[in-house]
Each structure stands twice: as structure tokens, then as C-alpha cells.
Design a protein around this ligand. Structure first.
Ligand code: IMP
Ligand code: MG
Length: 177
């Protein structure tokens, strides 16, 4: 991978601007509600951290881990919850935050699971959306950027468990350096 050319899809500046917009929209939509942000680990840890700081409301945050692309680039189609949230969701308006909606299986499964915990509402927000890959009915409520069907890395997204710390989103091209 190191010898391939990295193509920046979302720069730091573009991400920051878009997250301010998402934060403003969520602040507007959840005013007077009881917001509970559920961040899906590990991919959304950077996005969620930046997003909640742009939401000007009293809110709670908790984390969940579900299985995803652990062995390569393709999903197995099966979603399992490895770590559930610890708090009671009764009466809360839940916003599930993830790095990317690809097949949509992860988000659909997690939202269904959380709906079973008696919240008032469950919506979702993803930094990136690959709508052409969808295998479910999922239409995310908040989307940072719709992108083509490319494997993307950085800003929380991993490749072989590395590159999460790269502060922008990039795709790996076939070009050699
Ligand atoms: P889905 O269940 O197919 O929607 O996949 C969602 C999960 O797959 C995300 O939370 C990511 O962890 C992972 N994923 C999907 N596409 C990419 C990608 O392009 N780069 C890195 N991870 C990805
Ligand atoms: Mg993930």
C-alpha cells in the first residue's frame, strides 16, 4: 500500500466545514429533544469526537462495537454486536454515528437493535455514504459526503487496522509512486 499513490477525497478543511454544517443541522433538529449519541467503534471515533463538539445541545454519548470489515475489504454480511451500550435509552432521541454506510447492513442492524431499548426515536449520521453499494433500505438521516464505490481510508477509517490517524479521507489508486 505504501508504494501506491494516495488520492485525497475529503481534505481536513472540507471535513471541518461539513462537520460544522452537520452540527448546526443536528443542533436545529434536536432542539428541545433528549439527544443521545451512539458512536460505533472503532471507525467513527474521530468523526463522533469532532461532530459532538459542533452540536450545541445538552447530550449524552456512549459507544458500541459491532463486527465489520475485520478480514479484508468485503463484508461478510453478518453483523454482530461485540460491545453494547451501557446506558438506559428510555425516552432518548438516539443518533447513531458511524464513519461510513456501505452495504448499510451494520447501520440497519444497530438501529434495529437500539430500537428495542425503548428510545423515543432512532436516527443516524454517517460521514461517508456509498449509496451504490447498498444491500438494505437504509437512507441515512445525515450524510457528510456521498462518495463513489471506492475503498477509502483515514479520519477513523482503517485499512488492515492502520491509517485511522490520517487526518483526511483518501482512496488508494492503482498508480505506483
Ligand atoms: P456496511 O455494513 O457494509 O454498511 O459497512 C459499514 C462498515 O464497513 C463501516 O463501519 C466501516 O467500518 C466498514 N467500511 C465500509 N466501507 C469502507 C471503506 O471504504 N473503508 C474502510 N472501511 C469501510
Ligand atoms: Mg465500522
Amino acid at each position: 500500500m505504501e508504494e501506491r499513490v494516495w488520492e485525497v477525497l475529503c481534505s481536513e478543511e472540507v471535513i471541518e466545514t461539513r462537520i460544522r454544517e452537520l452540527g448546526a443541522a443536528i443542533t436545529h433538529d434536536y432542539a428541545g429533544k433528549n439527544l443521545f449519541v451512539v458512536s460505533l467503534l472503532r471507525g467513527s471515533f474521530i468523526f463522533a469526537a469532532d461532530l459532538v463538539r459542533r452540536i450545541d445541545l445538552k447530550l449524552k454519548v456512549d459507544f458500541m462495537t459491532s463486527s465489520s470489515y475485520e478480514h479484508g475489504e468485503e463484508t461478510t454480511g453478518q453483523v454482530t454486536i461485540l460491545k453494547d451500550i451501557e446506558e438506559d435509552l428510555t425516552g432518548f432521541d438516539v443518533l447513531v454515528v458511524d464513519d461510513i454506510a456501505d452495504s448499510g447492513l451494520t447501520m440497519s442492524h444497530v438501529m434495529k437493535h437500539l430500537k428495542g431499548k425503548n428510545p423515543k426515536s432512532v436516527s443516524c449520521c454517517v460521514l461517508l455514504d456509498k449509496p451504490s453499494r447498498r444491500k438494505t433500505e437504509l437512507v441515512p438521516d445525515y450524510i457528510g459526503f456521498a462518495i463513489p464505490d471506492r475503498f477509502v481510508v483515514g479520519y477513523g477509517l482503517n485499512y488492515g487496522d492502520y491509517y485511522r490517524n490520517v487526518p483526511y479521507v483518501f482512496a488508494v489508486t492503482d498508480e505506483k509512486r
